[in-house]
Write a protein that binds this ligand. Sequence first.
Ligand code: SF4
Length: 472
Amino acid sequence: MEKISIFDIFKIGVGPSSSHTMGPWKAVQQCLDEFSKIHEISGINSIHVHLYGSLAKTGPGHGTNKAIMLGIMGFNPATIDCEKIEDYVNGIKTLQRIIVLEKHEINFNPRENIIFRTREQLPFHSNALKVFIGFGNNEIYEDTFYSIGGGFIVKGPAHDDLDSHPLPFPIDNADDLLNWCKKNSCTISDIVMKNELEWHPENEIGHRLNSIIDTMKKSVFKGCHANGILPGGLDVKRRASYQNEKLISSSNYKSIDEWISLIKSDDHSFKETLNWVSCFALAVNEENASFGRVVTAPTNGAAGVIPAVMLFYLCFCENAKEEDLHKFLLVAGELGSIFKKGATISAAMGGCQAEIGVSSAMAAAALTDVQGGTPEEVLMAAEIAMEHHLGLTCDPIGGLVQVPCIERNAMGAMKAITASQIALASDPVHARVSLDDVIKTMWHTAGDMNSKYKETSEGGLAINIPVSVPDC
Ligand code: SF4
């Protein structure tokens, strides 16, 4: 049984893509890390990275080349100063030199050392990369990695779960989760918390949850106050700050908390509430598209759905409590892991239903839980949200995580809120489709989906709206 902590689902990092940015970043670092256990970093004389499948086809638009360079340099995606990323990358392009793990300088021409093998695919997963480290006297250290979605990487098909530590409440699917809740007369977040306590002490869990909440709020706030055109050549104008200006009643705030209090204290029409939810989601994904800091939820492309629904709860739901956000994330994270176990959270495997669909289901469940829903209602909300994303294709124009991705986060958030409301107003006993049924259906649909619609930019909007491929 695969074991996934909610902190594997929510990872603080850099946009625009968890599978195409965070995954390759981690892969080159893991490769260098393993190399350094046997050989000296100072003995390295070359590094080549070959990208295959979806990573090759949409890598330039997704910033894969930049992520690889930053990974080789040894930067941590959770702490790098996002404002300096372009300077670091331009420095390497100009000097054609790179400093490996901040220690050892070698020649590196991104156009020659990062190879996009767009016509080739490795068998295990569409997102594959091979790293070749030249060292010593013409020796080569080589490794292959697969970026399987949400920033998760594996080294090959034989991916054994090395964590043999038993969990008090093993969960493979939604049915398991519901049974544990019933047997122990407790909520979903109680069960998830007890499992997490097997891995981390309570104070560390609290600290990490706060840090995720903080990063999500900051990405919304930053996106709501940034203007200009998104990078990549598609000329997409940022809209969240324009919407924020139109919606906010005063500019008299200095911090995120003051801004949230102001939104909360204003009276809002239904239309304005809808506009705020869109604004929150657009803000995060505009940040994501500009290599800003976001949290995978469960991926970078879908990073705006959960923060938007979280802020909807805080700003617009009666009796909303900041302290309930821990429960919100525990529930959302567990739902993300159930989708990963039963289907996929990788667009290269399942199209956009695996990103926006899963994030919408996670958010619907979390919102239902903090609004007092029973475990049955929570799972029903997730089922409804996914049911209406089944078959959603991934066809990003120019391989950039911008169109349709940014608006799609707003749509995912809206569906999550609606799904939660329907579940809270229904009797789950009469539900005809269970969450496990819909996860199974999602996986079958992913299998039937043409590869054109799985993050290759070879179908859909991507071929009907021409755009020049961004510079590598
Ligand atoms: S279309 Fe959906 S799955 Fe594809 S890159 Fe955009 S957000 Fe991700």
